[in-house]
Design a protein around this ligand. Sequence first.
Ligand code: SF4
Length: 348
Amino acid sequence: MLPYRPIHVYVESEARNAPLTKRILGSLSGCSVSEIRDHRRLEEEHVPFKGYTADIKRRVLILAHHPGPWIRPFPGSTESLAPTEYYVAHANGCPLDCEYCFLQGYFDHGASVLFVNQEDLLHELAGHLAESAPNRPVVYHAGELSDGLALERWSGFASAAIPLFEDVPHARLELRTKCVGVEDLLPERPPSNITVSWTLTPWEAWKRYESRTPDPMARLRSARACQEMGYPVGIRLDPALIYPGWRAGYADLVEQIYELLHPEGIESIVIGGFRYSAMVVDRIRERFPSNRLLLQEFVRCPDGKFRYFRPLRVSLYRELVKRVRKYDAEARILLCMETDQIHKDVFL
Ligand code: SF4
């Protein structure tokens, strides 16, 4: 997979004079630049690519102004004993193109949007950290509506945010990604409360559903490089997918994880079954008519999302937990967005 390098940049009028805009445009020589009024109304603009297509994802970067707020509660954090979780909206959208991506249901176009008034974001984040209670763990996710590091080459967001966590041990920043080569972009000797995490799927699932992303072995090599720079690494089997041969696929994947990574440097392993909202279904069917992921048995859950039928989900989670425990009995394994009952069914 070729690295993402935009060839069309759309710049919102309000973002035109931001220092980051000037820096990015200076580094992208040969790009066409179009001024737009509002990235949320791309249909009304005179620009080369619009809509939700592979072309716009691969070729376009939008530089926009974010009015704030930048930090929002993470929708999964409802348990009273769980850390408080937030996501940081440094960007929207993602240049990668996984067939199951939930962002397809969120945005009208597929272009990545980078918010260039980043000093406002960093100011808000510093204030948020200063006000957080030292006796209450708090996690900030970069990449809820984007990949956490896909735009780092241009945004420098993670590099700028990492030092803010230096003396705030009760807070953690998670940079979740599917990208590779990020080790060249991140600062060395980070504080211990920065986790770089990779979402991983078995090779066969990657070929079927994520072939426009770096392959899982390349991601693991990047994770290893980050471990060697001192970053705790997170493994995210989320979405965990059911497809023909999934048991053998996940057995191989977990073996590869423990062949390449130091177990003591794995901060946690998060497992979350594939889930989707009604908003994304039409777009998946329209863009990927041969996709078979939606043909499994799903149930609609109280949060409105469709998840694998409960016995399927429990058997998927148990299998993955068993595979991980084979290599590391002490691994910190968490389930994502699941009920207490499912936790009991899987772990007890
Ligand atoms: S890497 Fe994540 S955000 Fe990007 S397309 Fe894939 S699922 Fe979506």
